[in-house]
Design a protein around this ligand. Structure first.
Ligand SMILES: [Zn+2]
Length: 219
């Protein structure tokens, strides 16, 4: 559980057995299809990979195992997107952030496969580079940096003023998280953004989780 500073919200995470926050009521999951489709005020179960809803009307939740889970907070809205290489290439970050006509306050990136581990072929490299403000320049040779690309796309749409939480943990390298590339598991990590319940015990960031901006990362 990671508190979003200055708000009454937290990022919840449920991965392998020893790494599970309790899932709250009113979470909304989509039927994720690696698209760039965003649903506004989802009922749940729609074929889409991102959602935006009014604060207080529900909590967005994602299932991921290597793809990048993205959450966004505005003054009156809350949103999420499942951003793998396909979603990024098709513009899911841009679609998510353009769905709300308010300044973005927080962008929260959960665990995903890191750029050291994510070796890809030319087709994937070229797809991700198209629409990435720096093309392939900031991606390591033969590899893809999902978080870096997501942040650059977010800055292009939403400017520089939002706060960033980057949970710089790799699904493939962490024993506490499910990774499709690690073992082709059908299991998924669940992540969600929800309100802190009064009296709830808050676990501090565990030592495996680091909050740093991607600009400071060294690959
Ligand atoms: Zn890694």
């Amino acid at each position: 559980m990671v508190i979003i500073p200055g708000t009454d919200m937290y990022l919840g995470l449920s991965g392998v057995e020893r790494n599970r926050d309790p899932l709250p009521e009113n979470v909304v999951f989509l039927n994720q299809i690696h698209s760039s489709r965003i649903v506004v005020s989802p009922a749940g179960g729609e074929d889409a990979d991102g959602m935006v809803m009014s604060r207080g009307s529900g909590y967005p939740a994602l299932r991921v195992a290597d793809c990048l889970p993205v959450f966004a907070l505005w003054d009156d809205y809350i949103g999420a997107a499942h951003a793998g290489w396909r979603g990024l290439s098709k513009g899911i970050m841009e679609n998510l952030l353009q769905a709300v006509d308010q300044p973005l306050r927080w962008l929260i990136l959960g665990p995903c496969i890191c750029s050291r581990c994510y070796a890809v072929g030319d087709l994937v490299s070229r797809a991700v580079a198209s629409g990435d403000p720096t093309g392939l320049l900031e991606h390591p040779e033969g590899r893809i940096d999902l978080r870096g690309s997501a942040v650059r796309r977010a800055r292009k749409v939403s400017g520089e003023k939002f706060q960033l939480i980057n949970i710089d943990e790799c699904t493939l390298e962490s024993a506490g998280l499910y990774s499709y590339r690690g073992n082709e598991t059908a299991e998924r990590n669940f992540l969600w953004l929800a309100e802190i319940e009064r009296g709830e015990h808050i676990r501090q960031l565990n030592s495996e989780v680091e909050c740093v901006s991607p600009e400071r990362r060294k690959n």
